[in-house]
Design a protein around this ligand. Structure first.
Ligand code: FES
Length: 149
């Protein structure tokens, strides 16, 4: 038989052991989450416009969820969605229908309809406008966006 004093001391050590294990375990779990964060991505399909509002040569600006502005263009019958943020220094580019190109007024950057820079500082740096996937279902044009949640 274990004496009462020794039993209490043993229980105290066992309780202390569990408390230390719980606190260090929690700390270790937070450290693992900090060092190896898990980012989940969510695909989102957003209605952008009807094809009738985007005839060949035209461009529309849409604000996507999250605040990003997207330029939808119909160049030679192909509908594309590109960011209107210049990759050079972040100015706003716009579509020039008569030239069938994107133009950045800050440093005269020029982009082809597919978003690849063809003149100015962005071309020298080999940059392009960010492109977003689009799909056309019937008359509806949808943007496909990826968000980190
Ligand atoms: S910011 Fe667009 S060309 Fe410089």
């Amino acid at each position: 038989m274990i004496p009462r004093q020794a039993r209490r001391s043993l229980l105290r050590w066992v309780a202390l052991g569990f408390a230390l294990l719980a606190s260090y375990g929690t700390g270790a779990a937070y450290a693992v989450r900090f060092l190896f964060p898990t980012r989940r991505r969510r695909e989102r399909r957003v209605f952008a416009c009807f094809t009738s509002s985007l005839p060949p040569g035209a461009s529309l600006k849409r604000r996507a969820p999250g605040g990003r502005e997207v330029l939808l263009t119909n160049a030679a019958g192909e509908i594309r969605a590109l960011s209107n943020i210049c990759p050079h220094l972040g100015c706003t580019v716009h579509w020039e229908e008569h030239e069938s190109r994107f133009f950045c007024p800050c440093h005269q950057g020029v982009f082809a309809p597919d978003g690849i820079a063809i003149s100015g500082p962005p071309a020298k740096a080999g940059q392009r406008l960010e492109r977003f996937p689009v799909s056309v279902e019937g008359e509806a044009v949808f943007l496909h966006l990826t968000e980190e949640v």
